[in-house]
Structure formats: structure tokens, C-alpha cells
Write a protein that binds this ligand. Structure first.
Ligand SMILES: Nc1ncnc2c1ncn2[C@@H]1O[C@H](COP(=O)(O)OP(=O)(O)OP(=O)(O)O)[C@@H](O)[C@H]1O
Ligand SMILES: [Mg+2]
Length: 296
């Protein structure tokens, strides 16, 4: 399913949360990346028909989100950033309730629920109280409820926040599988999630699209500007305003750093090929609005 977003703006009372946002989601897994407050949830809530835009247009498949919200809802599964679980129900009971709300016919509900549970690897825990679930299991159950009704579009808002590394990897696997059958829009501020599961990515910053392209295209923004270097603390203190720090680890009284910046630090840096995180940091930390938009 194809999603088209044209000149979308949304203002809350005093905040311009989205400003003339335009991009297309052709299918597969599309990542929406951006720092806190960038407008990711606002955009997703508009797509999910829960919030009206101030201006602009969004088409989900053949339908317009403002004029045909019911049609859009029928083809949509949504996992909000803050999803309330019913702790006293079992996963099966919760899914049964949500399936009924979504209008899944009674005689199809059991099959639909079982298939959703299998998609997220929770089939063995379906009869346990949700209260006994770990955070990662709850997130997977959140995906299962979004899958009910067989939506063509899945919108998942920061599904990996707070997950441990093992659950995060598992989650990426699930996203990858879902992307072969559905259009998936996934928001995150964890760059590694994008690298692992997304075909395409848009970066939002302060309500604007500052990048739209492939993860490799995002990485390439930092081409020729990534360095590994060992410095002592005084050297780093003197240099730090000119570099963006990607990572650091202490090493025999020195610090081993990965930096993004135009010049080789003290001529002692080893050039590295950029990853998506380097490109993202280079992009969003440039306040001169370094805009690199790569069209489909
Ligand atoms: N209901 C609201 N009323 C007023 N301002 C809001 C409302 N919801 C969001 N905002 C503001 O709009 C901007 C975008 O918020 P949004 O929640 O869409 O960002 P986000 O990218 O999802 O952030 P996060 O990564 O923290 O979830 C922020 O400045 C936020 O404070
Ligand atoms: Mg959000």
C-alpha cells in the first residue's frame, strides 16, 4: 500500500509540530527517525486518523485520511507510543476484545488471534495474564493487536524503546517479516533499528523532513568525516567543540573516540567508513540545516 503525504502541517496552540512535510512511503518497512519532539508521533496520529492536520493532505492507498477516515481505519493497524494494556486479561482475551472492536467476525476471531500471536512468537503464552509479561513481550503483544483485521498498513510508534538487546533483535526480525506482507511505518530514535529493518528512512527534525532516502544514503552524509582516534583528556577538551562524538571508551589513561568532523583530529585519526548513526549525527547536529534529500 502506497502512502502519500503532501505539505502536511500541524500546529498545536503554540507549537508548530509539523511544517510542510511531504514524502511517499512506497511499501516495505519505512523508518521515521528523529530526536524527541521532532513530530514523529504527531505524523503517525494523523496517518492513523486520530488527529486532524492543520494543512496538507495524506492519502493512504486510495483514501484521504481527513475525508475517508473510516476507510483508512479499516486498512490500518496502529501501535501507539503509550499503549495501555489490560493487566488482568490474558493475551488471548485482550486480542479477542480488540478483534471484536475492529469488527473481525466472531467465527474468524480465533484463527485471526492465533495467527497474530504466532507472528510475534507469543502463541505459548496466550493464556497467561498480561500482568506476568515482560516489557518486550508486551511490545510484541502490542504488535499482535495491530495485526488483527489483516491491515495493509501497520504504524508502530517507538516499538523498541526500553527493550533489552535480545528483544530488540527479535523485534527487528518480526518487523522484517511483516514488511514483506504489509507496509510498515516505524518510528524510533534508535538508529540501529533503522539500519537493521528499514528499506527507506525519513528524518524529521523540528517538524521538517531533513532527509528522505535509504539507510545507506543517510550513512553517506558522513562520508569522509568519520574518525577513530585516541586522545588524552586535555586534547579532547580542546577539540570537542569541532566534532560530534559518536562513542568513547577509556583506554590506559586515554580515551578512544569515534568522531564525526571535517578535519582529521590532530592528524592522528584513522578514517572510517560511515555507518547510519554517523550520517544521522552529521545531519541533525548541523544547525545550518544541511539538507540532503534523496528522491526515490
Ligand atoms: N497535544 C499536544 N499539545 C501541545 N503540544 C504538543 C502536543 N503533542 C505534541 N506536542 C508538541 O509537538 C511537538 C512534536 O511532538 P511529538 O510527540 O509529535 O514528537 P515525537 O517526535 O513523537 O517525540 P518523541 O520522540 O519524544 O516521542 C513537540 O514540541 C511536542 O511538545
Ligand atoms: Mg513520539
Amino acid at each position: 500500500m502506497n502512502i502519500e503525504i503532501y505539505n502536511l502541517s500541524k500546529s498545536y496552540k503554540t507549537t508548530r509540530a509539523l511544517q510542510e512535510v511531504s514524502f511517499q512511503i512506497p511499501g516495505g518497512v519505512f523508518g521515521l527517525l528523529g530526536p524527541n519532539g521532532a513530530g514523529k508521533t504527531t505524523l503517525m496520529r494523523i496517518l492513523a486518523t486520530l488527529l486532524l492536520p492543520s494543512a496538507g493532505k495524506v492519502r493512504v492507498g486510495d483514501w484521504d485520511v481527513t475525508r475517508q477516515p473510516n476507510e483508512v481505519r479499516r486498512h490500518l493497524g496502529y501501535l501507539p507510543q503509550e499503549f495501555g494494556f489490560f493487566g488482568n486479561l490474558t493475551a488471548f482475551e485482550m486480542l479477542d476484545y480488540i478483534a471484536a472492536m475492529k469488527g473481525v467476525p466472531r467465527n474468524q476471531r480465533k484463527t485471526a488471534i492465533e495467527s497474530a500471536l504466532v507472528s510475534v512468537g507469543l502463541e505459548d503464552r496466550a493464556r497467561q495474564n498480561i500482568r506476568t509479561y515482560s516489557g518486550g513481550m508486551k511490545q510484541r503483544l502490542g504488535i499482535a493487536q495491530a495485526l488483527l483485521g489483516d491491515p495493509s498498513l501497520l504504524i508502530v510508534d517507538e516499538p523498541t524503546a526500553g527493550l533489552d538487546p535480545e528483544e530488540r533483535i527479535r523485534f527487528r526480525g518480526i518487523m522484517g517479516q511483516l514488511g514483506s506482507q504489509h507496509t510498515v511505518l516505524l518510528s524510533t530514535h534508535i538508529v540501529a533499528d533503522i539500519e537493521a529493518s528499514c528499506d527507506r528512512v525519513a528524518v524529521l527534525q523540528r517538524g521538517r523532513v531533513v532527509f528522505n532516502g535509504t539507510p545507506a544514503g543517510l550513512a553517506a552524509i558522513a562520508q569522509g568525516r568519520v574518525w577513530d582516534v585516541e586522545l588524552d583528556q586535555a586534547e579532547w577538551t580542546a577539540l570537542q567543540s569541532r566534532y560530534h562524538l559518536i562513542s568513547s571508551r577509556p583506554q590506559n589513561g586515554h580515551v578512544h573516540l569515534r568522531l564525526v568532523g571535517t578535519e582529521n583530529p590532530l592528524g592522528r585519526g584513522t578514517p572510517r567508513s560511515p555507518g547510519v548513526e554517523d550520517g544521522y549525527v552529521a545531519l541533525i547536529s548541523n544547525d545550518n540545516q544541511f539538507v540532503e534529500v534523496e528522491h526515490a
